[in-house]
Design a protein around this ligand. Structure first.
Ligand SMILES: Cc1ncc(COP(=O)(O)O)c(C=O)c1O
Length: 399
C-alpha cells in the first residue's frame, strides 16, 4: 500500500487499539500445521472424535421441524430451552442458578471480553495467577488494567500471595481457573477455594471462575465450584469447546441477575446474540444425552493420552526437568532449570518437527522463560511418544 494510505490508517487507530497484539499461540499454530510436526502447542480437542454423525443427524432432524426459529434472530440471553437445560445442569453441580442467571456467549472467550468491557477501568488492578490463560490477558489488555499476580503450586493459587496482593490495595477482581488450569494443569483444592471466597468477602471484591475443563476429570473426585461457596461474589464461565467442539463457538456465563444485565447489554452491542442455529443443535445433543456419552468417551481417550505423555516424560526427559500431574483437562506444564530459554528451544523444535508453547506467553510480566506448556489431547499416543522423545533429546543436548 502507498505510504500516504498507510499513514492515514495508522494515524486513525484508537489509543485503545494500540494495545492490541496478535496472540502468540495463533502465530505459533501457523508453523505447527504441517503433518510432519508433532504439535503439543495448540489447546485443541482430538478432531477424529468430533461427533460428526450425531451433529449431522441433529441438523437433519431439526431443520424441517424448527428451521424457521433456528435461522432467525434470537434473544441476546440465548435460546430459552438451552438456558433451561444449563441452569438445571448447573444446579446438579450444586451451582444455584435459574435460567435468568445464564447468558449464552460466543465461546468463553467472548465472556472474558465482555467482563473486561463491563468491569475494567484503565489502571484497575486485576489479580491473575502466574502463569495464567493467555486469552484472558489478551482480552483484558485492551481495557488497560494493571495485572497483579500470585504464584501457584500443586494445589492451585498460593493463598498467602493472593492476600499479599489484596493487602497492597484494592483489586477489581480475581481471575481463577479452578480445574486443570490452562496452562499449568493444576486444580485449586477445596480448602483454598474456601479461603478465596473468604478473602473476596474480607476485601470486598469478586471472583471470575473460568472452568472450561471441569467435566474432563480423569481421576479423583469433583471439587465444589467456587460459585457454590458464595454465588453473590462469583461470575462463572464454561464452554462447549472442549467437551463438544470449539468450532461451534458456544459458551455460557452464570452470574447474579444484576451483573448479568450489564453483561447482556454489552453483548447486545457486540453481536446481538450468539448463533441461534448452533444453540438449537447443541440443545438437541444435550437433551438426547449425546453430549454426556461423548464426554464419557473423551475422558477415556484423553486419560490414555495423558498417561502416555507422563510415561514418555519419565522415559525421555532429562532429570533436571519437572512437570505437573494433571488430573484432567488438556495440558501439563514443564519447568526447566533457571536460565533455559524455551523460546530458543521452540525455534530448535521447529527444525526437529516438534512444537510446544513457550511459557513466557502465559505471564503478564516477562517471567517464565524456563517453562513450557504441553497439550496431550490433540495427538495420538504413538505420536506423543515420538514427539516427547524428540523434545527430550533436544533438551538433553541443551542442559
Ligand atoms: C481457561 C480458558 N478460558 C477460556 C477459553 C476460551 O474458550 P472458548 O473456545 O470457549 O472461547 C479457553 C480456551 O482454551 C481456556 O483455556
Amino acid at each position: 500500500m502507498e505510504k500516504k494510505y498507510e499513514d492515514m490508517w495508522l494515524s486513525s487507530l484508537s489509543k485503545r487499539s494500540k494495545r492490541l497484539q496478535s496472540s502468540v499461540i495463533r502465530e505459533l499454530l501457523k508453523v505447527t500445521q504441517y503433518p510432519e510436526v508433532v504439535s503439543f502447542a495448540g489447546g485443541l480437542p482430538a478432531p477424529e472424535f468430533f461427533p460428526k454423525r450425531e451433529i449431522e443427524e441433529a441438523c437433519r432432524h431439526l431443520i424441517p421441524r424448527n428451521g424457521e426459529k433456528m435461522l432467525q434472530y434470537g434473544a441476546t440471553e440465548g435460546v430459552p430451552e438451552l438456558k433451561e437445560f444449563l441452569s438445571e445442569k448447573m444446579r446438579k453441580y450444586g451451582v444455584p442458578s435459574e435460567p435468568e442467571n445464564i447468558l449464552l456467549t460466543s465461546g468463553s472467550q467472548q465472556a472474558l471480553d465482555l467482563i473486561g468491557k463491563v468491569f475494567i477501568n484503565e489502571g484497575d488492578r486485576v489479580l491473575v495467577s502466574e502463569p495464567t490463560y493467555l486469552g484472558a490477558l489478551q482480552a483484558w489488555w485492551l481495557y488497560g488494567p494493571e495485572f497483579v499476580t500470585c504464584g501457584m503450586d500443586e494445589d492451585g493459587v498460593i493463598i498467602s500471595e493472593v492476600e499479599d496482593v489484596l493487602k497492597e490495595g484494592p483489586i477489581k477482581f480475581m481471575y481463577m481457573l479452578p480445574n486443570f488450569h490452562n496452562p499449568a494443569g493444576v486444580t485449586i483444592s477445596l480448602e483454598r477455594r474456601k479461603r478465596l471466597v473468604q478473602l473476596a468477602e474480607k476485601y470486598n471484591t469478586f471472583i471470575v471462575e473460568d472452568d472450561p475443563y471441569g467435566e474432563l476429570r480423569y481421576e479423583g473426585e469433583d471439587i465444589t465450584p467456587i460459585i457454590v461457596l458464595k454465588k453473590e461474589r462469583v461470575i462463572y464461565l464454561s464452554t462447549f469447546s472442549k467437551t463438544l467442539c470449539p468450532g461451534f463457538r458456544l459458551g455460557w456465563i452464570v452470574a447474579p441477575k444484576l451483573t448479568l444485565k450489564k453483561i447482556i447489554q454489552a453483548k447486545q452491542g457486540a453481536d446481538l446474540h450468539t448463533g441461534t442455529f448452533v444453540q438449537y443443535i447443541v440443545n438437541d445433543l444435550c437433551q438426547r444425552g449425546i453430549l454426556k456419552a461423548h464426554v464419557a468417551k473423551l475422558k477415556k481417550v484423553y486419560k490414555e493420552r495423558r498417561n502416555v505423555m507422563l510415561e514418555s516424560l519419565e522415559k525421555y526427559f532429562p532429570k533436571e526437568a519437572r512437570w505437573t500431574y494433571p488430573k484432567g483437562g488438556l495440558f501439563l506444564w514443564v519447568t526447566l532449570p533457571e536460565g533455559t530459554d524455551t523460546e530458543v528451544l521452540f525455534e530448535k523444535g521447529k527444525k526437529n518437527n516438534v512444537a510446544f508453547v513457550p511459557g513466557l506467553a502465559f505471564y503478564p510480566n516477562e517471567k517464565g522463560r524456563n517453562t513450557m506448556r504441553l497439550n496431550f489431547s490433540n495427538t495420538p499416543p504413538d505420536r506423543i511418544r515420538e514427539g516427547i522423545k524428540r523434545l527430550g533429546e533436544m533438551l538433553k543436548e541443551e542442559l
